[in-house]
Structure formats: C-alpha cells, structure tokens
Design a protein around this ligand. Structure first.
Ligand SMILES: Nc1nc2c(c(=O)[nH]1)N[C@H]1C(S)=C(S)[C@@H](COP(=O)(O)O)O[C@H]1N2
Ligand SMILES: [Mo]
Length: 394
C-alpha cells in the first residue's frame, strides 16, 4: 500500500458524480423485433377497444340519422361488444407495459433530437404513450367505480380514444419500414441484423411470458361477462352471480336516494294522447310477460336474468301512442346521469322490452329498481332505468 500523502486519492472521490453518459443496453430484448412483436398485439387490443368503444358510444348517443334504426337483436350483442371492450382494455394494460419496457432505452437516445422531423416523431410517440396510458388507467379505475379525478369519465375517455387512434395511425406510418422489416421472424428487411432471421430464445421466453400474463389476466376477469368462465372470475370487481336476487348492482337504492317513503303510494304515470296512471296492483293485473335478457353493464360485467312484467308496447298502446312513437322514461331518482332515458321505437316496439316488476321469480328488490324498471334487449346497462316514475310517449 502506498501511504505517501501526495498519492492519496482525494477525499470523497467515490462520491463524485459519474460522467453524464446515457446508459447502454445490451441483450436482444430491446430490439425492434421485440417491439414489433409486442406492438402488433397491443395494436390489435387497442383496435378492439376503439371499435367496441365506438359501438357503445353510438348505442348510448345515437346520431339523429340512426334514430329508430338501432338493432335490438341479437339480445346479447352489447354484452359481447362491451365484454370485449373491457377484456381487450385489460389485456392492453399488460401489453402496454411490455411494449414500453421493450422501447424504454430510447428515452436515453443521445442526442435527444437530431432534426425537426425527429423531434416531431418523438413528440408523437410521447402523445401516444400518454394517451394510451391514460385510457387503460381511467378504464381500469372506471370498472372499479373509483373516480379520483375532477372530470367526467365518459366524455374524456371517449375524446382521448380518438387521440390514441390518431397517434397510433401516425406511429404506424412513421414506423412502417421498421415494422415491415421485423414483422415476421423470417423477414430479412434491410434493418434486420444478420443472424436475426430466427427468434432468439430469450426473446421467445419474453414473448411467452407476456402471452402468459395476458392469458392470466383475461382468464381471471372475462368470466364477469362470459358465463362459461364465471368460476374463474377471481379478479374482476364484480361477479355475475353475486348480488341481491342473484344479480350484481351498480347503483343501490340508497345511493340513488330512493327511500321506501319515496316509493310508498307509487303510481306509474303515462303521458301521451290518452294519459293515465296505474298503481302497482293494477300493473300486476295486466297481461304479464316473461323474458330472459342480460343486464350488460358498460363496466364489462354482464348477467342473464329472468324478468317478468308488462310489455312497454302494451303500455304505449293504452296511452294512444301512434305507430313509430318513441318513449322518454323518467326515474324516481332525484338526480343522477341516468335519471332520464330516451328509448327509440326499435326498442319500444320490441316484444321483449318490458316494464319489469319481477326478477328471477321474485318481486324486484329495492336495489334492482322496485317498484318497476326497464329491461330491453341489446342495450347498455345504463339505459335499463330503475325506479321508473313516468313514461312519456314522444
Ligand atoms: N335510475 C337509474 N337506473 C339505473 C342506473 C342508475 O344509476 N339510475 N344504473 C344503471 C346501470 S349502470 C346498470 S349496469 C343497471 C344495473 O342494474 P341492476 O343494478 O339491477 O343489476 O341499472 C341501470 N339503471
Ligand atoms: Mo352499468
């Protein structure tokens, strides 16, 4: 050892900041082939989310040209599209993490921008990442019914979906050469490295791991809408069979402040050319129908039930509704986004659409909409109005 004073290392030498140098990444898991392989699955999941989200938006807010033309069959249509929407969104969370992990070394690119074109490209990627992360996170918190933000979920989730769609298309256009070169494991594009014609084992292991994670998330949640897998539904916030009368509840009577006092002496009011009022016993004395229809919640859970009640069509005929009339339904609930619901003729005329008084053989419980609620085929759950007070023929 050298103890001569002059040769001593300066005190705290080890604490000197390291030279500012971007980290270097080795291994093949951050190569474009990995990003492409994960990216195309992510792209497919986001495309399913976008298209099924458009369907949901369209059914909830039909443009005027579609009035009266929405499909009321198949009765499970919305159950399918919305079940897919939430399942694809959950899968996209896993895929997005994997994709971001595959490309994060690019955050340390040096110099950070090389040209105006390069700066624009990086900005578009930043927008894509921000918007996609925002969508999967707000979607996840929405299915858990947790809204820790000051904005309304529905319009913002809808608007940002267009930002994701646009920035994905831009990203695909910009990256087209890289994607083409790395699309299949045999692609021998100009950007493929020699020896990259076949997938290397560590990449195969990574892709297998990501696939397993997606599969695990899907299998443990998709049962919330897809009944055959209901026994495996361990992680979804709601389970099709749990709830009063064997059906989940999103908004309880207490939350909607529909009290027993508010319901006492209830009479259904029907407005139209020949308005009338009916007490519950009078409604129950009209011809009753039984239908088997799902509640398909926008939050992804869905369950079939047997509903009993009076056909909406019969109630409208009794009010002298002209052919092709639509209906406005008003709930007892004092406030809430789903207090007033518009029903087009396609649902109002459908023989399966009921003012339901019974659920699974019993009188409706308070949480399922006692004294009366709407049940219609192929409509989002939010439009299956509970605690109905008034029907207005339009
Ligand atoms: N008046 C009123 N009806 C409503 C709601 C509401 O908040 N208010 N929630 C809707 C939602 S989001 C769904 S999914 C279904 C759920 O019906 P259920 O609680 O009987 O399962 O009711 C719908 N009917
Ligand atoms: Mo819902």
């Amino acid at each position: 050892m050298d103890h001569r004073p002059g040769r001593r290392p300066p005190p705290f030498a080890r604490l000197r900041p390291p030279a500012l140098r971007p980290p270097s990444f080795s291994g093949r898991l951050h190569e474009p082939r990995t990003a492409t392989a994960v990216g195309r699955w992510l792209g497919a999941a986001l495309a399913v989310c976008f298209l099924t989200g458009l369907v949901s938006h369209f059914l909830q807010h039909p443009p005027s040209w579609a009035a009266g033309l929405l499909p009321s069959r198949p009765v499970w249509g919305y159950r399918l599209t919305q079940g897919l929407h939430v399942a694809a969104g959950l899968a996209a969370m896993v895929l997005l993490f994997a994709k971001l992990w595959a490309v994060y070394p690019r955050l340390f690119l040096w110099p950070p921008v090389r040209s105006v074109r390069h700066a624009l490209e990086r900005l578009s990627v930043a927008l894509l990442v921000a918007a996609a992360v925002f969508q999967v996170l707000t979607g996840l918190l929405n299915i858990a019914e947790w809204y820790p933000w000051p904005f309304a979920f529905v319009p913002v989730h809808y608007t940002v979906a267009w930002v994701v769609a646009g920035s994905v298309l831009l990203h695909l256009a910009v990256k087209a050469p890289v994607i083409r070169a790395h699309w299949s494991r045999r692609s021998a594009g100009t950007l493929a490295l020699p020896g990259e014609e076949r997938d290397v084992p560590d990449r195969r292991a990574l892709l297998l791991g990501v696939g397993t994670a997606v599969g695990a998330v899907t299998v443990t949640t998709v049962g919330q809408a897809f009944t055959p897998l209901a026994p495996l539904d361990l992680l979804a916030p709601r389970h099709p069979g749990y709830g009063p009368q064997g059906l989940p509840v999103n908004r309880t009577a207490a939350a909607a402040r529909v009290t027993p006092a508010a319901v006492r002496g209830w009479r259904l009011e029907v407005r139209g050319p020949a308005p009338y009022r009916l007490a519950l016993a009078e409604l129950a004395a009209l011809p009753q129908r039984r239908v088997r229809l799902p509640i398909a919640c926008v939050e992804g859970w869905s369950a079939d039930a047997e509903w009993g009640g009076v056909r909406i069509r019969d109630l409208m005929d009794r009010a002298g509704a002209p052919p092709g009339a639509g209906l406005r339904v008003v709930s007892l609930e004092a406030e809430g986004a789903y207090r007033i619901m518009e029903m087009g003729r396609e649902y109002a005329e459908d023989p399966l659409t009921l003012l339901a008084l019974r659920l699974n053989g019993e009188v409706l419980s308070a949480d399922h909409g006692y004294p009366a609620r709407i049940i219609a085929p192929n409509r989002p759950g939010v439009l299956q109005t509970k605690w109905v007070a008034r029907l207005e023929v339009r």
